[in-house]
Write a protein that binds this ligand. Structure first.
Ligand code: IPM
Ligand code: MG
Length: 356
């Protein structure tokens, strides 16, 4: 039987808890399939630093490169906040993205019908939202040189090359083409040269996609529009930093940041992770929502392992669990029939998927 090799990185905080539930669901989903998974665990983040003094040990990079896909939880925590930047947990993740050339980050935002009331926004505003943030992930100000930290003056550099912008723009146009054919590129071209350049590159690529309608929006306006009328968006294309911010904002449309999955693609092996962080404040309490990670596992099946039927089953099982009224604490007060722990939610989804 075919066994896909999954590199599993649990990380810090709630990372281990949510990954365990995603694995539970993955295994349940393939009970009757003609393939399975073999998992290998690797260290990254604070835990990797504690054990090896390196937030991204070489063994992890190699393990990931040898896998069919990477399933990742979360990294970071106050405990490591005072380390030099290159030793911080976040540096591990950023280096992994760079090493594996995971330049395209897909963050879909869908509002589950059952949870429209859970949003901080009015349900009439969020009902039916279905958008995709395509975030450039290996360039921009996250990686730009020069970068200097000094007690007198500090700076970073937001830099993009033509090739970097055009390749992510192409991916975003491709995504829009199989959706509602609307692409909104978000920048700050009224102030930043790098954004003016970004806009010109996106325009250039758009010539190859006459069937997709392209618009441009400044980041400040986009942040506002996302709250005012999120339904206007289909695909949002943006740079590394703006995408980081906009996707956290967009998660509130869906009701909880504990619901949003992501895929990071570009190199030989793709990585799948929830968009949320390691939430050290609730780690170990069994209250974290595992659905974002379970949905990330579904994206892994769809985009890396090319098993869309099983991915569909997992997505459906999540929906059924919500429809049946199961809620973790973060989405608890909205139509809850039963408040469940992290492991209970994982078991419920696993149980549903195993019977499909
Ligand atoms: C994310 C996270 C990361 C980022 C952190 C943990 C480095 O916020 O994936 O959105 O800023 O990209
Ligand atoms: Mg973020």
């Amino acid at each position: 039987m075919k066994k896909y090799k999954i590199a599993v990185i649990k990380g810090d905080g709630i990372g281990p808890e949510i990954i365990d539930e995603a694995k539970k669901v993955l295994d349940a989903a393939v009970l009757n399939a003609d393939f399975g998974f073999s998992y290998s665990e690797y260290l990254m983040g604070g835990i990797a630093y504690d054990i090896t003094k390196d937030p991204l040990p070489q063994e992890t990079i190699e393990g990931c490169l040898n896998a069919d896909a990477i399933l990742f939880g979360a990294i970071g925590g106050d405990k490591w906040d005072n380390l030099p930047r290159e030793k911080r947990p976040e540096s591990g993740l950023l280096r992994l993205r760079k090493e594996l050339n995971l330049y395209a980050n897909y963050r879909p935002v869908k509002v589950y019908e059952e949870l429209a009331e859970a949003s901080a926004l009015k349900s009439s505003v969020v009902e039916g939202v279905d958008l995709l943030v395509v975030r450039e992930l290996t360039g921009g100000i996250y990686f730009g040189e020069p970068r200097v930290y000094d007690s007198k003056k500090s700076y970073n550099t937001m830099v993009y090359s033509k090739d970097e912008v055009k390749r992510i723009a192409r991916d975003a146009f491709e995504a829009a083409r199989v959706r509602r054919k609307k692409l909104c590129s978000v920048d700050k071209a009224n102030v930043l040269e790098v954004s003016q350049f970004w806009r010109e590159c996106v325009e250039e690529v758009s010539k190859d996609y006459p069937d997709v309608s392209l618009s441009h929006m400044y980041i400040d306006n986009a942040a506002m529009q996302l709250i005012k009328d999120p339904k206007q968006f289909d695909v949002i294309l943006t740079s590394n930093l703006f995408g980081d911010i906009l996707s956290d904002e967009a998660s509130m449309i869906s009701g909880s940041i504990g619901l949003l999955p992501s895929a990071s693609i570009g190199g030989k092996v793709a990585l799948f992770e929830p968009i949320h962080g390691s939430a050290p404040d609730i780690a170990g309490q069994g209250v974290a929502n595992p659905l974002a990670t379970i949905a990330s596992a579904s994206m892994m099946l769809r985009f890396a392992l090319h098993q869309p039927e099983i991915a569909d089953k997992i997505d459906k099982a999540i929906q059924i669990a919500l429809k049946d009224g199961y809620r973790t604490k973060d989405i608890a007060s909205f139509g809850a029939v039963e408040i469940c722990s992290t492991t209970e939610m994982g078991s419920i989804v696993a149980d549903i998927v195993s019977k499909m």
